[in-house]
Design a protein around this ligand. Structure first.
Ligand SMILES: [Zn+2]
Length: 430
């Protein structure tokens, strides 16, 4: 119950009339549409623009298979996404008053996105236009509220698409626009709320262990844990996104180094509903093998107690629930309740995952375990750590390197996650 309250602000998805008002530049070849855009909407939006947020920063990261766009905003806002051809582009529009840094920039490295521009396409509409190196599609898009120092953000993940798939999407977006060009005016229609369809889905944060200079464990042939668990994480993300029920974030989606506290902070700041750290470590005894799932040791108090040492932190933990007039004693009680509830949920999630792994893969003896892993310390995010197997055991190594086995494990993990959230729904928690 406490988690529900805390997380109720977690994710707020707002779309505005898909595409297309903006199309000033998007469909510029067609003068008719352009005139529609410059008519009603531009003037109408101007009046409202004082309430609109500012675009503070735009970042794009890239691999040959996927890309991520992050738009920092002074507040959450509505957005729309459209695919455009000749050349292949994806436009991401947000309702915003200004853009702090108008720019055209190449994207470093070889990847899906070649370059992008950021501009105020018209009053009240900031456009990020991504020029694609390969056909791409949106895998997921979600808004995150501002937390502490971190501004609100729109996150859009892209994955590779077929040329046919991309062409179909372009045609669909163009048809939607030509069928109803004055849709562009709906954002400012009386009442104004027709454009904001909010949905709330659980956020699952997947944490591939290690990364960058930290290789984690390694096989005798020199294959590193960090790369194995990243592949699992990306596969799990795909399966969970495909299910259409979750928002999914990764603590890292490439070979970058991340401090343990940053992994925990990412889950906490985004008010994740479940945090799953993936590992395939080594063990002193090479005969030990099989998958296992850890929750945090009940008796592990050191770091957590330090985090909770001052009232500020405690209030932060129950943010959204604590009233200003609450006494420290009341805050203590609430924090304690929340910690217990989080532990209970972590255990339930671990149990659900073990249950699904059991028929699919070899498990370690006593597969549900407790240990004082640093990444499991968030007091307000149910957190588990999955040891997929051990790189100190030859049988586990051959499993971990086999694509079919990876898929089987990922499917079992996804089923476990789903049954865990089913249970929460039944209990009325989510
Ligand atoms: Zn590890």
């Amino acid at each position: 119950m406490y988690n529900q309250i805390v997380r109720s602000l977690a994710l707020c998805l707002m779309m505005f009339a898909l595409v297309i008002g903006p199309a000033a530049s998007a469909f510029a070849q067609d003068g008719q549409e352009e005139s529609v855009v410059e008519g009603g909407e531009a003037a109408a939006l101007e009046g409202a623009s004082t309430a609109l947020p500012d675009v503070q920063d735009v970042r794009v990261s890239n691999t040959p298979q996927r890309a991520r766009l992050i738009i920092d905003l002074s507040n959450t806002t509505a957005f729309a996404i459209a695919s455009l051809s000749e050349p292949n582009r994806i436009a991401v529009d947000v309702r915003a008053a200004s853009v702090s840094d108008v720019r055209t920039a190449p994207v470093a490295g070889e990847g899906l996105i070649e370059s992008y521009t950021v501009e105020l396409a018209e009053p009240g509409r900031a456009r990020t236009l991504l020029t694609l190196a390969e056909p791409a599609q949106v895998q997921q898009a979600y808004l995150l509220d501002a937390v502490d120092e971190q501004p609100a953000r729109l996150v859009v993940d892209f994955i590779i698409d077929t040329p046919e798939g991309f062409a179909a999407r372009v045609a669909e977006d163009l048809a939607a626009y030509t069928a109803n060009p004055d849709q562009a005016a709906t954002p400012t229609a009386p009442g104004g709320s027709a454009i904001e369809a909010a949905t709330l889905r659980p956020l699952v944060v997947i944490d591939p262990g290690h990364g960058g200079i930290d290789n984690g464990a390694s096989t005798p042939s020199g294959i590193h844990e960090k790369n194995i668990v990243l592949d699992f994480a990306l596969r799990l993300q795909d399966v969970l996104v495909e299910a259409g029920r979750f928002d999914v974030a990764l603590t890292r989606s490439d070979d970058s180094f991340l401090r343990l506290e940053d992994r925990v902070a990412l889950a906490r700041e985004n008010r994740a509903d479940l945090f799953i750290s993936l590992h395939a470590d080594s063990f002193q005894q090479p005969e030990i093998r099989g998958a296992s799932v850890y929750t945090r040791d009940e008796n592990a108090t050191d770091i957590l107690d330090r985090i909770m040492a001052d009232r500020e932190n405690k209030v932060d933990i129950i943010a959204g629930f604590a009233m200003p007039e609450m006494t420290p004693a009341v805050v203590d009680i609430l924090v304690d309740l929340m910690r217990r509830e989080t532990r209970r949920q972590s255990f339930t999630a671990a149990d659900a995952i073990i249950h699904q792994l059991e028929p699919a893969v070899e498990l370690r003896r006593f597969p549900l375990r407790q240990a004082d892993f640093f990444v499991l310390q968030a007091p307000d995010v149910p957190s588990i750590l999955v040891e997929l197997g051990f790189l100190s055991n030859a049988d586990d190594i051959s499993n971990l390197l086999e694509s079919g086995w990876r898929d089987r494990v990922v499917d079992a993990l996804a089923r476990g996650i789903s049954t865990y959230f089913d249970g929460l729904e039944v209990a009325g928690i989510e």
